[in-house]
Design a protein around this ligand. Structure first.
Ligand code: 26W
Length: 800
């Protein structure tokens, strides 16, 4: 440790002890691990605040254009480790904590995940905020401060059980409450015409939106932006009249009702809940955010028509789409701008990202619900629709049709730019859901292929590989991942590939130890770690993966001496509580695991593990220890994927379809370093047109037939043979996601994987090439694309 670090460690230790005493109010002899973690967090937070204030001041002084990212979800995970890495203070913090006789790992692991998101969309928002700060782009994230994030998952007899998530039942060191930043948000009521012809909305109920700020520090703490989350509370928290009459529940009802708006995250990530509370949540945070954005603009500028020059707003999917009508209401109704001018300003400020083509995920709100909850907005939506239809009569593109408001169409009509999240997805958007609107506005849709932050998803979660890379090419890659390409030239360096292989094996040993400690399952670190971690959904085809496991088990039993490549299939992922079929897939995987892992003949070659409560922190533990990344969705269904990028960056090879960003990953890492299988999106459409496509596939592949039979006959559900008949019935029947039709080629690819893995040196070379050639998948590159092609925003000179 350098003198510099020693001094740093001492300073850090002083700060920790100061906060333990004066912030937590504990002396060292009585402090719990939790107290120490909070004390360290506050000590680290102090350093971020300096960069935060400097950045905020610099943005003001520069009169910079600001980016506002509106998202119902921010899947942040833990913040302490990330902050330490970005402040370059992780070494001194480790020394300080160990100097106090504590385990650094234990302190870090005391922090709960901020699980304010479901999956890809929410995590992308978190990566984007970190990249916006790293690129010194003045920006704010706006969302909801859910009291309860995504549910905790556990298994009982192999079935998913959900329990409330409770991250806020302890001090949250990273937020600053802003009681002075309070907005009144109305619902319901009626609209009247004022004598000046302006429409006046008189809500029948209202809640208060209170701001909670979390600093988002970028790499090297060069810049720090703000994530502002809104908490709901009652205008009048206590009904004293009722209280005085002993109706204590009634007295607290207003507070309970109001807080229910930010109480819990809706756990659905592909099916719109369509619930009134969900729409209230969407309007609550969107309206509070727009109020806040205009207040800040007014404090710097006097001419509202300059708004598009100073403000760019990104709608993270349709969830904040009510922003269009709300901005119109604020500009036209409240500020008196002519409708057309207000519309023009709003259109030049708003942008919309689409993250899915699944019909059931496209939000369509019933007109009567919208009219009841947001009567003025419904009127404005109809006017927007009529205005657009009049201006573009060539195609039928109404946002309002058959009694519903299509939030995708509304977002498109109100947006300056609309983007997809991978090249394939953006192309399909133009051909399917937005075909008509694209024809009318051929330049509005652009592509911005997703990315992930290399700070959390390589540098922090995989220090072993990270230090090998830095040893070879210096540390510049962390802030500029394009430099990773330089690593390829070093793959021939003496011992480098051995070091890469050793790092991977050490990560796998660490994971095996953790799995055996926490789940009592022993994993052979020399086996191939074959990992599928993501939300459970039919289009992601976890059931294709477990079907292949059953077929492999049968093949090994039939010929144990055939020299099988030892493999461990690791699953992780939550199913939306109401998604019965997905929950059945989880049950099947756990039941298959129980039989396979207990099979003395096959378990040396094949094990299956489903790790419960998959979240950001578990991903950080699993991805560095993975050899094979399962990206096996039905082509045309996964908009992009971002886990696929994290695996490639961490030297896992991909077995996958030509879907989402898999296409671009394969182009960058080289087809020879990617195990491709399955139908293309076009072939999927053609195959689906064949009525008995599944039966044909089963008839053509006895291995597939045998695997289905085993599941159907109860081989994994003794005592309840028909437990999985809904799964086998679906796969032998409609099989909409073409599990059976892609099975044979998937089996073929997996056997190629087996053969490739046995050539350890060549596998390591291909793994290292995946790392070296994945620099493009940095969210810094993605955000630079948004800044240039969508927002017209530019970095501000870093203060000091
Ligand atoms: C209304 C319920 C609901 C909630 C969330 C519908 C849809 C969503 C999200 C759009 C689902 C989601 O997370 N989509 C994922 O977004 C990622 C980031 O762009 C992509 O990488 C994934 O492919 C996509 O499934």
């Amino acid at each position: 440790m350098t003198f510099q670090d020693a001094r740093g460690a001492e300073r850090m230790q002083d700060a920790i002890l100061r906060h333990l005493g004066y912030t937590i109010g504990k002396d060292a002899s009585h402090a719990t691990l939790h107290d120490w973690r909070l004390a360290l967090s506050y000590a680290v937070r102090d350093r971020i605040v300096d960069s935060w204030f400097a950045s905020t001041r610099a943005a003001y002084e520069a009169g910079a254009k600001r980016v506002y990212y509106l998202s119902m979800e921010f899947l942040i995970g833990r913040l302490l480790g990330d902050a330490l890495v970005n402040l370059r203070a992780d070494a001194e913090a480790k020394a300080a904590i160990e100097g106090l006789g504590l385990s650094f790992d234990a302190v870090l692991h005391d922090e709960p995940d901020a699980a304010l998101g479901n999956g890809g969309l929410g995590r992308l928002a978190a990566c984007f905020l970190e990249s916006l700060s790293t690129l010194a782009c003045p920006a704010m994230g706006y969302g909801i401060r859910y009291e309860h994030g995504l549910f905790r998952q556990s298994f009982e007899q192999g079935r998913q059980v959900e329990d409330p998530e409770t991250w806020l039942q302890q001090r949250h060191a990273w937020e600053f409450e802003r009681p002075e930043t309070l907005y009144r948000i109305g619902f319901g009521g009626h609209v009247t015409e004022g004598d000046d012809g302006r429409m006046v909305w008189t809500p029948s109920e209202a809640v208060l939106a209170e701001a909670y700020d979390t600093p988002v520090v970028g790499w090297q703490a060069g810049w720090t932006n703000t994530l502002r989350l809104w908490g709901a509370r009652a205008v009048d928290p206590l009904d004293l009249h009722r209280f005085n009459h002993g109706d204590y529940v009634g007295a607290a009802a207003p507070e309970m009702l109001a807080r229910s708006i930010s109480r819990v995250l809706y756990p659905d990530d592909t099916t719109e809940a369509g619930k009134e509370l969900r729409l209230k949540q969407e309007y609550f945070f969107t309206a509070a955010s727009l109020h806040d954005i205009l207040r800040r603009f007014d404090s710097e500028h006097s001419d509202i028509t300059a708004l598009p020059d100073k403000v760019a707003i990104q709608l993270n999917d349709t969830h904040p789409a009510i922003a269009g009508p709300e901005l119109l209401r604020l500009l036209h109704d409240e500020r008196g701008l002519p409708f057309e001018q207000a519309l023009d300003i709003a259109r030049r400020v708003l942008n919309y990202t689409n993250h899915t083509l699944l019909p059931e995920a496209l939000e369509k709100w019933p007109v009567d619900l919208m009219s009841r909850l947001l009567p003025r907005h419904m009127m404005l939506i109809e006017r927007i629709d009529a205005d657009h239809a009049a201006a573009y009569p060539a195609r039928e593109t109404h946002a309002v049709s058959d009694g519903h408001v299509n939030m995708g169409a509304l977002s498109f009509i109100m947006a300056n730019r609309v983007n997809g999240v991978s090249a394939l997805h953006t192309g399909l958007m133009k051909q399917t859901v937005f075909e008509d609107l694209h024809a009318l506005h051929p330049n509005r849709i652009v592509n911005q292929t997703n990315g992930v932050t290399p700070r959390r998803w390589l540098h922090a979660c995989n220090p072993r590989l990270s230090s090998i890379i830095t040893g070879a090419i210096g540390e510049g890659w962390v802030g500029d991942l394009d430099q990773l390409a330089g690593f390829e030239a070093h793959l021939g360096d003496a011992g480098l590939l051995d070091a890469v292989a050793a790092a991977k094996r050490a990560n796998k040993v660490a994971l095996s130890n953790w799995v055996s400690e926490t789940h009592g399952v022993s994993l052979d670190p020399d086996a191939m770690f074959d990992v599928q971690i993501k939300r459970i959904h039919e289009y992601k085809r976890q059931h294709l993966n477990i079907l292949e496991a059953v077929a492999l088990w049968q093949a090994i039993r039939a010929n144990p001496e055939a020299g099988w490549t030892p493999r461990v299939k690791i699953f992780g992922g939550k199913a939306a509580p109401g998604y019965v079929f997905a929950k059945k897939i989880i049950h099947l995987i756990n039941d298959v695991a129980a039989v396979l892992n207990a099979d003395p003949v096959t378990s040396p070659f094949l094990k299956v593990v489903f790790l419960p409560n998959y979240n950001v922190t578990l991903a950080e533990r699993l991805i560095p220890a993975s050899d094979l990344s399962e990206q096996i969705s039905t082509a045309g269904k996964e908009a992009s994927g971002t886990g696929n990028m994290k695996f490639a960056l961490n030297g896992a090879l991909t077995v996958g379809t030509l879907d989402g960003a898999n296409v671009e990953i394969r182009d960058h890492v080289g087809p020879e370093n990617f195990f491709l299988f399955g139908m293309t999106a076009e072939e999927v459409m053609a195959r689906r047109a064949i009525p008995d496509h599944a039966a044909q596939a089963i008839a053509a592949d006895p291995r597939l037939a045998a695997a289905l039979d085993a599941i159907h006959d109860g081989a994994f559900s003794t005592g309840e043979p028909d437990r999985f008949h809904d799964i086998t019935g679906n796969l032998r029947g409609p099989d909409y996601f073409l599990v059976c039709s892609d099975f044979t080629d998937y089996w073929r690819a997996q056997r190629e994987v087996d053969a490739a893995y046995r050539d350890t040196a060549d596998w390591t070379r291909r793994a290292a090439l995946n790392t070296a050639r994945s620099g493009w998948f940095s969210s810094d590159r993605t955000i630079r694309g948004y800044m240039a092609d969508i927002w017209g925003a530019s970095p501000v000179a870093r203060p000091g």
